[in-house]
Design a protein around this ligand. Structure first.
Ligand code: 5AD
Ligand code: SF4
Length: 437
């Protein structure tokens, strides 16, 4: 057998990129993954466009490989993901070191692109092809897996929030068919997976082809609930407008669906929500939270916030703080608004940087207060933990609770993949400590 070439993938951004990187590694048969770029025959940057100066970061990362490329002319360098989609041709022009560019919708064509790059030609594919990349990628060699996995069920977004690049880089909303997803889920379980997180930019708008017409996300979750050996189901990211009654109901009754929901609101002022083109109000968002808690009182809510969106006044910002006080978030992600070329909000009058910084500081202080309060209230309670890795101390294990808290257990006497009941004994900034019961 010829010696395997080595592949180094560096993944940026969201969980879907993590999933995509796994698929790219599988697609490149004949390669095995390495943890360092130094011995790689191919370096792939799987990039993210959601944060500021995304392209600049890619160029500076590429710059670091100059020396390696000079030493090793056979080394191929590729850029994948959303920056590749948005600026692929520009990257090839500006950085001659790059041999290959592939967008998120065409990575199943990687083997052809790689072969082309090996002949010394430049290989670029940023199309939105007709064929199904997921179909092309199944039946690849299957390695044993850890206890948790991501599974993409829906991709793309038709919402066009005024700040967001996703509809441009990931394209229109597409749902994978139910049988494809169930097959992949069963396969993951056979390989050791006990918890699956269903991924989609707009996952609760899922409407894939099922046995009898289109299935909702809730129906898909109920089908996964019947997969033996699968213990936990999560999904992310949801949009408030696509919350449906069957999904609330699943949160109330489906035993494998975990009591956690990431439901971004972005802002609490209706004026700003309108300018963001979010198509929901603060009130309609609060009603979603109410229904969730009616179905599942202990559900932990997480969110995303943007401060300093164009035309946000102090009063608008106060409305965001009010909404946060009303919801009580278990965890949250918050950002200063920053412009993305090609999105509508980029053209508008911008809020001053110092104002954004100040608002972000105040917002995060409130969010972290809430997080700590909710975590402290867990002390003395029992939770279940799925162990994902060994801790730093001997005998210590680390995993996630049903609420997605990181939980450390000393002298756990357990293995990775074990699901155990524990009692929470302490809370620190970003994790809980617990003991076996
Ligand atoms: N500026 C700041 N934050 C943004 N997000 C998306 N686009 C921008 C932007 N231009 C945030 C949103 C989204 C999360 C993934 O990233 O809060 O929900
Ligand atoms: Fe971006 Fe809005 Fe779509 Fe989320 S719903 S991916 S923020 S456009």
């Amino acid at each position: 057998m010829p010696m395997a070439r080595k592949l180094y993938i560096k993944t940026y951004g969201c969980q879907m990129n993590v999933y995509d990187s796994e698929r790219m590694a599988e697609a490149l048969e004949g390669y095995e993954q390495t943890e360092t770029p130094d011995d790689a025959d191919m370096i792939l940057l799987n990039t993210c466009h959601i944060r500021e100066k995304a392209a600049e970061k890619v160029y500076s990362e590429l710059g670091r490989y100059k020396g390696l490329k000079a030493e090793k002319p056979d080394l191929k360098i590729g850029v994948a993901g959303c920056v590749a989609q948005a600026e692929g041709e520009e990257i090839m022009r500006r950085q001659p070191m790059v041999d290959l560019v592939v967008g998120p919708q065409s990575y199943h064509r990687l083997p052809e692109l790689e072969a082309k790059a090996r002949t010394g030609k430049k290989a670029l594919d940023t199309e939105f092809p007709e064929e199904d990349k997921f179909e092309r990628l199944k039946n690849r060699p299957k390695a044993k897996r850890g206890p948790t996995a991501f599974l993409t069920v829906q991709e793309g977004c038709d919402k066009f929030c005024a700040f967001c690049v996703v509809p441009y880089t990931r394209g229109a909303e597409v749902s994978r068919p139910v049988d494809q997803i169930l097959t992949e889920a069963r396969d993951l379980v056979e390989r050791g997976v006990r918890e699956i997180t269903l991924l989609g930019q707009n996952v609760n708008a899922y409407h894939g082809a099922g046995t009898d017409g289109e299935w909702s996300l809730a129906r898909l979750i109920w089908a996964l609930n019947d997969v033996d050996g699968l213990e936990r189901i999560r999904f992310t990211t949801s949009h408030p407008n696509d919350m449906t009654d069957d999904l609330y109901d699943a949160h109330g009754r489906c035993e494998k669906l975990m009591p956690y929901l990431h439901l971004p609101v972005q802002a609490g002022s209706d004026k700003i929500l309108k300018r963001m083109n979010r198509s929901h109000t603060a009130e309609s968002y609060l009603r979603c939270i109410e229904k969730l808690r009616a179905a599942r009182p202990d559900i932990l809510i997480s969110g995303d916030f943007i401060v300093g969106f164009p035309e946000e006044t102090e009063e608008d910002f106060q409305a965001t703080l009010d909404l946060i006080r009303e919801v009580r978030y278990g965890t949250a992600y918050s950002f200063k608004y920053s412009t993305r070329p090609g999105t509508p909000a980029a053209e508008r009058d911008q809020v001053e940087e110092s104002v954004k910084t100040d608002r972000l500081y105040r917002l995060q202080a409130l969010l972290s207060e809430q997080q700590q309060e909710i975590q402290r209230a867990m002390v003395g309670k029992q939770v279940s933990v799925l162990f994902e890795r060994e801790g730093r101390l001997p005998g210590q294990m680390v995993g996630k609770s049903e609420y997605l808290h990181a939980v450390h257990v000393a002298d756990a006497g357990a293995a990775i993949g074990d699901l155990v009941r524990v009692e929470v004994i302490d809370s620190s900034t970003n994790s809980l400590a617990a003991k076996l019961v």
